[in-house]
Design a protein around this ligand. Sequence first.
Ligand SMILES: *[C@@H]1O[C@H](CO)[C@@H](O)[C@H](O)[C@H]1NC(C)=O
Ligand SMILES: *[C@@H]1O[C@H](CO)[C@@H](O)[C@H](O)[C@H]1NC(C)=O
Ligand SMILES: *[C@@H]1O[C@H](CO)[C@@H](O)[C@H](O)[C@H]1NC(C)=O
Length: 436
Amino acid sequence: MTSTFHFLPLCTLLFLIISPSSLAQTSFLPKDLVLPISKDASSLQYIAQLNQRTPLVPIKLTLDLGGQFLWVDCEQHYASSTYKPIRCHSAQCSLANGNGCGECYSSPKLGCNNNTCSQFPDNTVTHTATGGELAQDVVSIQSTNGLNPGRVVSVSSFIFTCGPTFLLKGLASGVKGMAGLGRTRISVPSQFSTAFSFHRKFAICLSSSTSFDGVMFFGDGPYVLLPNNDVSKSLIYTPLIKNPVSTASAYTQGDPSAEYFIGVKSININGKVVPLNQTLLSIDHKGFGGTKISTVNPYTIMETSIYNAVLKAFIKALANVPRAASVAPFGACFSSKNIGSTRVGPAVPQIDFVLQSESVFWTVFGSNSMVQVSNDVLCLGFVDGGSKPRTSIVIGGYQIEDNLLQFDLATSRLGFSSSLLFQRTTCANFNFTTNA
Ligand SMILES: *[C@@H]1O[C@H](CO)[C@@H](O)[C@H](O)[C@H]1NC(C)=O
Ligand SMILES: *[C@@H]1O[C@H](CO)[C@@H](O)[C@H](O)[C@H]1NC(C)=O
Ligand SMILES: *[C@@H]1O[C@H](CO)[C@@H](O)[C@H](O)[C@H]1NC(C)=O
């Protein structure tokens, strides 16, 4: 059964609910929504699939945790009777931080013109941005009670940015755009929360397997993984930090203020503090430095001096294991024959990102630190980010797999579970059998 909702002010929504003619359609307000998230084996991107347009078409999208909005290729194969361009100077245009009006870049066939609100879609994998325009169309998704997917619900005027086909270059095969989950008014989670009046929270749980899907939830818990484990109950919290620099209305790649930063104060390896340049761990007035979480980087990237210090400490702590030749892009590889295994992966020194206090830390165990590059070689899955990166530490996809991360936009805090393998479950354990 499909319920239709409109992206309208609350008073209008209430009117729709009490109006008898629309009662059947709108009497169901979901508290949570759910999406399977797959991992693409060749690009290592995490892929979501939303249904969009009229008639509905499944659209594969690369997940971009810090992305500003949903953008899709409107130049090719976009057909929909419900597509509406967003006019410049409209309320939606200002909500979306639109960049004025004028040019129609990628959707002239769909009806954009010189009175359409401009926006810059960006491919944050290849660091490419270009001109595009804002539009609205129907998006549908499954609701959930936290245990199983339930009935399908839809948002009739979901705001997105239209981009040209060439912007897809570098994205996984079959993907038609990117799903931005960032801290903006028109990111995918913000629009769902507004449309259904639920908590401004969402959670991602990325699978480490390219065969079994992980899961993402919009709304508050429960988030139940088999066998009957509500993982929303075992979260540790840390403040989310906002980068003060916004480039949202510039022709640039990404917007730092939309991204999710956390306050890493130090890094410990086997409980010992790694000496690091503290200046690099905080965000300066130009928006440089700090630690963010990203789903478009497959591995954690560290500024050179941090990377070298962490590598040195890790190698020292694992001195009893023979080194193997490095395999790019990694700098510390080991013979796996000499490394035992545990419930949380290879038995290697644990790496702690120490947060707001000594007692709050995010531990990275072997399953999230070591990458199997061949039968007998394991490498530390961190990459050298050079000496002047914008962000000092970018925690990448491999390090957050099989961890549940909940982003609470209202209170600006992150809830993290650490490795779910400890709790004998994984992110591939949501029961996707529909219970309508
Ligand atoms: C916008 O397009 C209309 C119709 O094509 C045209 O008449 C008008 O001059 C254009 N305005 C500007 C400012 O380019
Ligand atoms: C620490 O990093 C800052 C910012 O990059 C730099 O200016 C400073 O020289 C560094 N300090 C040391 C001791 O390397
Ligand atoms: C998954 O959910 C369905 C529907 O509720 C249920 O019948 C089934 O037993 C569940 N599977 C497992 C493994 O619990």
